[in-house]
Design a protein around this ligand. Structure first.
Ligand SMILES: Nc1ncnc2c1ncn2[C@@H]1O[C@H](COP(=O)(O)OP(=O)(O)OP(=O)(O)O)[C@@H](O)[C@H]1O
Length: 336
């Protein structure tokens, strides 16, 4: 490492920095040092403390974390329901900090779909499944054809008979894909919790959103039904290519996705990536999971508490740069 850089070194570094693509330039969701501070009864709570997260188009990923770690705060921001205090957040090219109220409404109708834990929050109780799924399509049509449209929605806009027929077809396609076509004429109270959540996914997908957000979508369901709901998300991801972010406490759900990001104290702390490998001896395919720590843009690294505890690391650690890794050792100058 150069300790006394020359002017030429510095010039080269500045040029290299300038030419480097911006953080998250190719991601569908970019959270860059996101901060959300709540003030309640004069007390400040930092729900998000400089959270970085990138999600690529077409991903199906899970967000996990202890209660109070900031998951719902992040989801509400991504859903366009809340505004961050500082940092940057972009979804499908929309800047979530600078959107006007009107942009925000359009964003919630057209760019993101959401499924909440409480089945009752997802569906209107006095409408049938088909009517619930048709509603976002009608709202969008009422806003008028000619507005910007998602991939497959252009033909459903407008008031004509052809548009109405196209909307009815889309409703049935979605209900069939999610295997609840037989519930088309039932109201929410006439369906099981699992069926209601599948209809809720259809509602969320109606306008062909770029991103589907789900906050504990299996929280009120038994494990067998939860598995079916997760399968429904997977179907949506594979068939429609929708990018899906699921907040979950359910380890079984988290184990099913390729990428699980853990949030701790309002920051992304670790990430588990899973990939399929073929066993050289048996030829069987198995899923290999590997945990990574997140290195933020300032170079900060959060070491897992169980690691630091195991080696009694506190306050200060010794770092050594090796050819292919960095060693982190307990502080050997400590006298206690
Ligand atoms: N509107 C609010 N006003 C004040 N504090 C809030 C508000 N919303 C969230 N918080 C606080 O922010 C922190 C993060 O909350 P958040 O709901 O995002 O956590 P979470 O990870 O979703 O938790 P859970 O898994 O229990 O839903 C908590 O300390 C919470 O008390």
């Amino acid at each position: 490492m150069t300790t006394n850089p020359t002017l030429d070194d510095l010039t080269r570094r500045v040029t290299a920095d300038r030419d480097r693509p911006a953080f998250g330039h190719d991601a569908l969701i970019t959270c860059d040092r996101l901060v959300r501070v709540f003030t309640a009864d004069g007390v400040e709570v930092q729900a998000l403390q400089g959270l970085d997260l990138l999600v690529r188009e077409g991903e199906l990923m899970a967000l996990v974390g202890a209660s109070g770690s900031g998951k719902s705060t992040l989801m509400n921001i991504l859903a366009g329901l809340d505004v961050p205090t500082a940092g940057a957040a972009r979804v499908a090219g929309r800047d979530l900090l600078t959107m006007t109220a009107r942009d925000r409404l359009a964003y919630r109708r057209e760019v993101v779909g959401f499924v909440w834990q409480q089945t009752a929050r997802n569906l209107l109780p006095y409408l049938t499944s088909a009517q619930n799924v048709a509603l976002p399509l009608q709202l969008r049509s009422a806003k008028g054809a000619g507005e910007s449209t998602g991939k497959g929605t252009a033909r459903i806009l407008g008031r004509g008979r052809a548009a109405r027929r196209a909307r009815a077809e889309r409703v049935m396609e979605l209900l069939e894909m999610l295997q609840v076509a037989d519930c088309r004429d039932r109201r929410p109270h006439e369906m099981s919790g699992g069926q209601q959540q599948r209809v809720a996914i259809a509602v969320a997908l109606a306008n062909d959103p770029a991103v589907l957000l789900a906050d504990e979508p299996t929280g009120e369901l038994d494990s067998h039904t939860a598995e079916q709901i997760f399968a429904a998300f997977r179907t949506a991801n594979e068939r429609l290519g929708t990018t899906i972010v699921i907040v979950t406490h359910d380890q079984a759900v988290a184990n099913e996705v390729r990428r699980t990001v853990a949030i701790r104290d309002g920051r992304t702390s670790t990430e588990v990536l899973r990939r399929s490998e073929v066993d050289e001896v048996t030829g069987d395919e198995k899923v290999v999971a590997r945990e990574y720590a997140m290195l933020d843009r300032a170079g900060r690294l959060q070491l897992p508490a169980e690691y630091t505890r195991a080696l009694d690391m506190r306050d200060r650690v010794a770092l050594e740069l090796e050819p292919d890794h960095i060693a982190v050792r307990p502080d050997d100058s400590r006298t206690d």
